[in-house]
Design a protein around this ligand. Sequence first.
Ligand code: CP
Length: 361
Amino acid sequence: MREITDNWEELYETEVSQKLRHFSREGRMYDCLFAQQLTRELLEELFTIADNLRKITKTKEGADHASSLLSDKRAMLYFVQPSTRTFLSFLNACHLLGIKTSEIRDTSTSSEVKGESSEDTVRTFSSYVDLIIMRHPTPGFVEKTAWLMNRTKRPVPVINAGSGKDQHPTQALLDVYTLHKSFDGEIDGKKIVMVGDLKRGRTVRSLSYLMKNYKNVSLAFVSPKEFKMEPDILGFLKKHSIPYVETADFMSVMPEADAIYMTRIQDEHDTSGESRKVDYSPFYFKKEHLKIIKPSCVIMHPLPRRDEIETAVDEDPRAIYWRQERNGMWVRAAMISYIFKTNEKIIECCISNVSKILYDT
Ligand code: CP
């Protein structure tokens, strides 16, 4: 295999599959940066850890055990792009595992405002913490942070909590965890419809990458012509023989869908008000559409939403977006636990809890 350079620009341009070794240790994922790192085997392991964590934390004894697992660790949450649920779910995932947390949520409150480079800022974090979880508006900067960390004397793992327009791997992780739970572990063979601003939505990009892990999945991309899925994702799907259709006719794909994944318009990425020129209303899911979709179809959304899902839809049991955001906390805790290799302890505790319940009853 070609030796990959330590030159950042060259590394950044390298195809993802060729550079994953820079972000792994002892054959395990060390930094979580790309959805492509999440193999089916790893996904199933993370789902098991998340399920076990949910079980053990139902009792005070179990919750106390979980919060002792990583009580010697500290994490930095560096979220310099707005976030509600990714930030809160990571914060609470850390607390579930006993990790102490620090946060910066705005560069105006860090020494970047005094002219410190972003690179020096993130390097400073590694002087104090054992894990960096970050959301950043600049494409590639989370990856660059991981690359920088791996070259220092005190490397710490980095988790990508949303990077520019490119990737949001832990959102994709919680999305497939939600699909896995909704379909009793059977994502194979499902028809998944992704709707909205597919060009600039990092959640749909990362979720598309994860589809390579499942057999006979087919995708429909529903968007205005201005915001179609980017060619790099379509190329990836072709390479992995994942069939897809592209359409602007939402109604035409609703009846066959097993999951409908709605997204909002990503106008924060506008350069000249282009979002205002697009009629987004054909890409709304309305109460009347509940009659058209299958009884088993699930309606998802990474949230936050605007008008693309009518609030009247929320009461329908097929609307699972609130459950989806809660799943994020458990599966993100599972990811952190995996990175710090405490997953075995969660499984052991789960087994001992189950035997205790069986013995006591
Ligand atoms: N889904 C998601 O990333 O939401 P937040 O922007 O609220 O974190």
